[in-house]
Design a protein around this ligand. Structure first.
Ligand code: C2E
Ligand code: SIN
Ligand code: SIN
Ligand code: SIN
Ligand code: FE
Length: 383
């Protein structure tokens, strides 16, 4: 391999490794593979048990035909058994790269899958290069399939040089994919732990897990709408469920009082923000640092009349200003021992009316801008 190619591969490997999200890693793998190999399209199949899961499909020619990036939706079959019937199944079984220079060769070898997958779509697959994605510790994580190498617009077999390059590329891609999968699993476990622990407080408060998830998702939506970074949006999704964790330290007779609180009960109640920040404690992890700020500051008000410190405007961390809107809205439309649920309309009017007083106006506007999506979240239990 010449140096330039080595450089390209190195750069691609580094940039793949820096992606942390499985779907984005998969997309990058396919995009880079198509451009490295100079072919029409590529597909990734993920291994799930004894099945191959049809995950990403990109094809520059099909894209032009259908004027859409969502080509995968055109294909009815999303999952199939690993078997010798399909090219990708065969490659998953043998764990060997397979180059078929033309459709005739594929037919002679008895592969039937092309016809099924491409039924109703006027596009002929001729050359295919199908590569197992195998990690350093010999785990098969997926199959990458490239279709229709082209030269001067004409479909050709894949060149030997391309095949060598793709072998290197596939090993980098496999490692990147495995890392992203592991990270995703860790995140899922983390989120599960956070929801579970947070619902301890909410359980006492007779608030269900659904509420925590909604507050968490609405906070995420607001953060996105405010153009916060990906990292920030992900952090707030995970940190916001812990905002009321301090309620575990509030006596039940106060928490569940079906009435207005007395002055001294209210003083006790307000301490839930302090207790919460103490429970979360000092962590080296940004997630828990953010969770602590949210727990401590989510009842500060934009006009400075909130608690525990009476911070004003931008003195209040943005994550707390965001969660406040999501939290109050959820409290308003929900049943509480001390109040009846408000209508969705009344609750959103309240968010509008309290702009600049209780709420950061930009945050309230971002919330109101996405009210239709939020309504769906509340009414249809969408994920
Ligand atoms: P929460 O029930 O989760 O309510 C969170 C926030 O939503 C409240 O923060 C408040 O800003 C808003 N909110 C909830 N219900 C209403 C309402 O009917 N009208 C208006 N304008 N806003 C509402 P806040 O006030 O700091 O209260 C913190 C927590 O203290 C509440 O969490 C709840 O657990 C408790 N709490 C507040 N007021 C009462 C009450 O009158 N009786 C009882 N038993 N608990 C109360
Ligand atoms: C396969 O046989 O593995 C799929 C081929 C195709 O892209 O249709
Ligand atoms: C109270 O002052 O008793 C509770 C405050 C509130 O109603 O939100
Ligand atoms: C704190 O972060 O504990 C103090 C915040 C403040 O008083 O402004
Ligand atoms: Fe609270």
């Amino acid at each position: 391999m010449d140096n330039r190619l080595f450089e390209v591969l190195y750069r691609v490997g580094v940039s793949l490794a820096s992606e942390k999200d499985v779907d984005r890693v998969l997309e990058r793998i396919v995009d880079e593979a198509i451009s490295l190999a100079g072919c029409d399209g590529g597909t990734i199949y993920i291994i799930k048990g004894d099945k191959l899961h049809f995950k990403i499909l990109k094809n520059n020619v099909l894209k032009q035909k259908f004027y859409t990036d969502e080509i995968l939706d055109l294909f009815p079959l999303k999952e199939f058994q690993i078997s010798d019937n399909s090219i990708s199944g065969h490659v998953a079984k043998t764990r060997e790269l397979l180059h078929l220079p033309d459709g005739e060769t594929a037919r002679k070898m008895g592969f039937t899958f092309d016809a099924v997958v491409l039924q109703g779509v006027d596009y002929i697959v001729e050359s295919t290069l199908t590569i197992p994605l195998i990690t350093g510790n010999n785990e098969l994580v997926g199959v990458l399939q490239l279709v229709n190498a082209r030269e001067n617009g004409k479909i050709t077999p894949f060149k030997d040089e391309t095949i060598q390059i793709m072998k290197f590329f596939a090993s980098q891609a496999a490692v990147a994919l495995q890392n992203a999968k592991l990270l995703e699993e860790v995140k899922k476990i983390q989120l599960y732990a956070i929801y579970t622990l947070s619902s301890a407080a909410e359980f006492k408060d007779k608030v269900t897990g659904d509420h925590i998830k909604r507050i968490s998702k609405v906070s995420y939506i607001i953060a996105k709408t405010l153009n916060q970074s990906r990292e920030f949006c992900e952090l707030i999704l995970y940190a916001s469920p812990m905002h009321d964790i301090g309620k575990v330290a509030i006596p039940d007779h106060i928490l569940n009082k079906p009435d207005r609180l007395s002055a001294s009960e209210w003083e006790t109640m307000k301490k839930h923000v302090i207790y919460g920040s103490q429970i979360i404690g000092d962590s080296e992890f940004p997630l828990f640092q953010m969770a602590k700020r949210i727990a401590l500051y989510h009842h500060e008000r934009f006009d400075g009349n909130g608690y525990p410190f009476g911070l004003k405007g931008e003195e209040i961390p943005i994550e707390a200003r965001i969660v406040q809107v999501a939290d109050v809205f959820d409290a308003l439309v929900s049943v509480r021992p001390y109040k009846i649920p408000w209508s969705f309309q009344d609750a959103s009017d309240y968010i509008r009316d309290m702009k600049g007083e209780q709420f950061d106006p930009d945050v309230a506007d971002a919330f109101l801008q996405r009210i239709e999506l939020i309504a769906k979240l509340y009414h249809q239990n969408v994920e």
